[in-house]
Design a protein around this ligand. Structure first.
Ligand SMILES: [Zn+2]
Ligand SMILES: [Zn+2]
Length: 290
């Protein structure tokens, strides 16, 4: 019999804090200075931000944060698929063996996130075989804003469902990957955290206590027994996916109450909230034992 064994969210009324872990400045190929980028996100009401320049660690201590939490990071870029290094205390050498880099990130207490897997003409900036063989990364970008104006697909939930279906417990992130004006607030994450310091936000992300969004706002997620209730402000349709993407349910409503089927080979369920327009939100998976 299927039952929910892992709910990343808290049933308590803990606030959601908005953030972006992927942005570039003039320290790499961005058009704006680090301070301009911080000012822009602070003005939009973000609670946290990582400046993740290509193979360059921008020191947040040199910036006015306007009360926003600045988590140090960079994007490991040269010689292989791009990997976000969040919570970086030092710059790592971009070893072409990306597993070496991932292990160094984990060993130093950081979070490794695989960036834009479906970017480029062949939709395979990061091949699926690599995603399946690598260990240690906390998640992948299931949506990358800048790929909207590049080749490939900004969306990578196909990659995610293939990993989750194989039993990999990895979280889905959405980020702007902003490089210039107009790139901001296309995709973000909402982290459920009582405290706003970098360590608390990192800990919540490590445990999957966040959702990803391009415009749909999730107001509450509650689990009671084997029923998961998701309430949004503005979704027009909510779809439940399970192993390898299989659809379990869909409702045309702002909210859904979904009870896990008692039988059937299902190891996880996750919720996609669609609309208005092409705005979406994605919960993290709820893992089951069956
Ligand atoms: Zn990149
Ligand atoms: Zn980038």
């Amino acid at each position: 019999m299927n039952s929910i064994v892992s709910n990343p969210y808290s049933n308590d009324e803990i606030p959601w804090v908005k953030g972006n872990l992927h942005s570039h400045t003039t320290n790499s190929d961005g058009k704006r200075s680090p301070q301009e980028v911080v000012d822009t996100y602070a003005a939009r009401g973000y609670g946290f931000l990582t400046i993740s320049d290509h193979d360059y660690l921008t020191d947040p201590a040199t910036l006015r944060d306007h009360g926003m939490t600045l988590i140090p990071g960079n994007e490991v870029t040269a010689r292989g698929p791009h990997v976000l290094h969040i919570g970086a205390s030092q710059l790592l050498d971009p070893d072409p063996d990306r597993q070496t880099v991932l292990s160094q990130i984990v060993d130093s207490g950081g979070l490794a996130i695989i960036a834009h897997p479906n970017w480029e003409d062949d939709f395979s900036h990061c091949p699926q075989t690599a995603l399946e063989s690598w260990r240690g990364y906390v998640g992948i970008e299931i949506y990358n804003g800048v790929v909207r104006r590049l080749t490939g697909s900004p969306l990578a939930t196909d990659r995610w469902d293939r990993l989750l279906g194989l039993g990999r417990r990895v979280w889905g992130f959405a980020h702007d990957d902003s490089h210039r004006d107009g790139d901001d607030e296309q995709a973000w994450i909402m982290v459920q955290t009582e405290y706003r310091d970098g360590a608390a936000i990192m800990s919540a992300m490590r445990e999957g206590r966040f959702y990803a969004s391009t415009g749909v706002e999730i107001e509450g997620i509650r689990v009671c027994g084997n029923t998961i209730a998701v309430r949004t402000r503005n979704a027009e349709r909510i779809v439940v996916h399970s192993d390898f993407g299989r659809r379990q349910a869909a409702v045309d409503d702002t909210c859904i109450s979904f009870t896990v089927p008692e039988t059937g080979a299902i190891t996880y369920v996750r919720f996609e909230c669609w609309g208005p327009g092409d705005a979406m939100a994605w919960t993290q998976p709820f893992f089951l034992n069956s």
